[in-house]
Design a binder for this molecule. Structure first.
Ligand code: PMV
Length: 330
């Protein structure tokens, strides 16, 4: 009863921000993302009567209590319930990028544990079922089960059975690229769950944001279908700025950006004005993800070297779906 899975992170082109059901993790709005090959999680899960409690090891360090441990146990409980088993589990997980710094570690993490644990519990679930379970751990994880370009359908049903990720284009669809620019590896102060709840409760513009989201989703989907980089990039950038506008105007304000974040945003706008077409997007953290075409990756990477405050740069192509692998972590 041991299985190992890998899953890629994903970066939203149109963002999810706010839940209509906190327990079932049902979003107020749909979203579209790209699964990224440069940032992934590998997780091994073993259920066994020999474990007296769930054991959780992340990047070589055992986490025995706290928020991350509780969320993992809750997720294992969901899978145990579905599989009809009671054994405790050992979970070992490794990220190849900083955890909880606004870099979608929860998306790849919950996608990987969902696939590994469901298999280790004796189930062979399809992608729809996996996405629905992954969603319960972290909303954005529903999009990391699939590869390439993915839409998380908001769904209408109260039980969440129609709220999951569907692929809209495969990884090799076109030369769309993301360059993840890391400006700080510190853990973020306000996690996305708390940040979005506070925004829904206190931002006076939240309903205005919601009113514009479907238009952005339609534009990005059409842009992907037409391989229209300008349409996808410009819509995604504006969508991210609108989401950040709602965060900035909560009480108290949530400003995830640092000086380097701002410098990169201004640089991207400047490059664009001078003919190097690229766009930026940011999530619940200070990292900037630059969207560009494959042909411009080299030039942009070169220009980033001159910007102060950059800790790391990760080049990302559209990545594959979550999958089971044979080499276990223990
Ligand atoms: O599902 P979470 O808790 O990782 O929230 C994701 C929120 C954003 O990254 C800001 C937007 C998104 O759609 O990924």
């Amino acid at each position: 009863m041991k299985a190992t899975a890998t899953a890629n992170a994903n970066i939203a082109l149109t963002k999810y921000w706010g839940k209509r059901d906190k327990k079932l993790m049902l979003p107020n709005n749909g979203s579209v993302s790209m699964t990224v090959d440069g940032m992934h999680t590998k997780t091994t899960v073993e259920f066994s009567p020999s474990y007296e409690k769930d054991i959780f090891i992340i990047n070589g360090k055992e986490i025995g209590e706290g928020n991350a441990y509780d969320k993992t146990v809750k997720h294992l409980d969901l899978i145990r319930e579905k599989a009809g088993i009671r054994e405790k589990a050992k979970v070992m997980t490794e990220n190849n990028f900083p955890t909880a710094a606004g870099l979608a570690s929860s998306a790849s993490g919950f996608a990987a544990i969902t696939l590994a644990a469901s298999k280790a519990a004796g189930m062979n679930l399809d992608k729809r079922e996996l996405s629905i379970i992954a969603r319960r751990g972290s909303g954005s994880a529903s999009r990391s089960i699939e590869g390439g370009f993915v839409e998380w359908q908001k769904g209408e049903k109260e039980d969440g059975s129609d709220s999951y990720g569907v692929q809209i284009a495969p990884p090799d669809h076109w030369g769309f690229r993301m360059i993840a620019v890391i400006t700080s590896t510190a853990q973020k102060k306000v996690k996305s769950t708390a940040g979005m709840a506070q925004t829904v409760d206190t931002c006076p513009y939240y309903k205005d944001w919601l009113a514009t989201v479907q238009g952005d989703i339609d534009a990005v989907k059409q842009g992907i279908a037409d391989k229209d980089f300008t349409r996808v990039g410009s819509t995604a950038e504006y969508n991210a700025l609108k989401m950040h506008a709602t965060m900035i105007t909560t009480k108290p304000p949530i400003i995830y950006w640092n000086d380097a974040t701002m410098r990169i945003m201004h640089s991207v706008m400047g490059w664009r004005d001078s003919g190097l077409e690229s766009y930026f997007t940011m999530d619940a953290g200070p990292q900037v993800k630059i969207m560009c075409l494959e042909k411009d990756v080299g030039e942009i990477t070169k220009r980033l070297k001159d910007i102060e405050g950059i800790e790391d740069v990760v080049l990302c192509k559209p990545g594959e779906a979550a999958r089971l692998v044979d080499d276990h972590l223990f």
